[in-house]
Design a protein around this ligand. Structure first.
Ligand SMILES: O=C(O)C(=O)C[C@H](O)C(=O)CO
Ligand SMILES: [Zn+2]
Length: 276
């Protein structure tokens, strides 16, 4: 378990590139035959990737999780961004194709990740946050998700945002999760940008060619910094930080949030003239 302590905005202003990347970028989430996990103290969010091959990979608790079973006091959102696979939840299998998601409630005893074909393995990206109640388990496909069309061609930010784990689609304690795909010819996500001090956010950038990079903008609106992000790498965004990016080629991202509310529209937009 990779542990990320929290850095303050004041501390972050003084970070060089290496320190910024160590604090806010998760470079490796998908290793064949393994589960990789990062425990961020931002809203105690666990960010993980499971790449099962011919054997099932069980999700097990460790000291950091602090309870006998991983989901004793947590909920879990899982997205498949690879080949077809299955999630076994307390003995029942749930088929997840690429871009399908599964919400798994607090109190679940066993979760295991399976690929249908080890030659084209599933890649399960997952987020787990503390929970206080058991909401119903639910599978959500791209068609089930709440679709929001955003941006304009002249602003080069046309994109489709899909809310998967969101109060209108799938109830949860605090986790909110979805996928944004950038239209061909557009480059920007989340610009004009925003902060939301009430919620921590994480982005997993995916669907990128090997030499494509996203220049991810972070930091306080008047003290921005950047991270150069490759395919299937994730960024952590504290409530005080903007989170926006531009790609050198095609990309999409899975976003997730946790914190004091689940109000997707509770954002503090930053005026272009105030961004520095
Ligand atoms: O493209 C976008 O805009 C987003 O995907 C926005 C994120 O979901 C977000 O930052 C929500 O707070
Ligand atoms: Zn946001």
């Amino acid at each position: 378990m990779d542990i990320r302590q929290v850095s303050s905005p004041t501390e972050t202003r003084g970070f060089d590139t290496r320190q910024l990347r160590e604090a806010y970028l998760i470079e490796t989430l998908f290793r064949p035959g393994e589960i990789c996990m990062t425990y961020s103290h931002l809203d105690r969010t666990v960010i993980g990737g499971a790449t099962p091959l011919s054997e099932a990979l069980p999700l097990v608790a460790n000291k950091q999780i602090g309870s006998p079973r991983f989901l004793d006091r947590r909920e879990l959102g899982i997205f498949n961004i690879g080949g077809s696979g299955r999630i076994v939840v307390d003995g029942t299998e749930h088929e997840l194709k690429r871009t399908d998601a599964l919400y798994v409630p607090m109190g679940t005893a066993e979760v295991a990740f399976i690929s249908d074909d080890a030659a084209d393995p599933a890649r399960f990206y997952f987020i787990s946050t503390p929970a206080h109640a058991a909401h119903p388990l639910k599978k959500i496909t791209a068609e089930d998700a709440n679709l929001i069309n955003l941006g304009t061609q002249s602003d080069a930010n046309v994109r489709q945002l899909r809310q998967y784990i969101h109060p209108d689609v799938c109830t949860s304690c605090q986790l909110v999760m979805g996928m944004t795909l950038i239209a061909d010819g557009s480059v920007w996500n989340t610009m004009p940008c925003h902060t939301h001090d009430r919620r921590t956010e994480a982005y997993l950038y995916f669907d990128m060619a090997a030499d494509t990079r996203v220049i991810h903008l972070m930091g306080e609106p008047q003290e921005t910094r950047h991270l150069i992000v490759a395919n299937e790498q994730a960024i952590l965004s504290p409530g005080w930080s903007i989170h926006s990016g531009t790609g050198t080629g095609r990309y999409g991202f899975i976003w997730s949030m946790a914190g004091d509310n689940q109000d997707f529209n509770d954002m503090d937009f930053v005026k272009m003239q105030d961004l520095k």
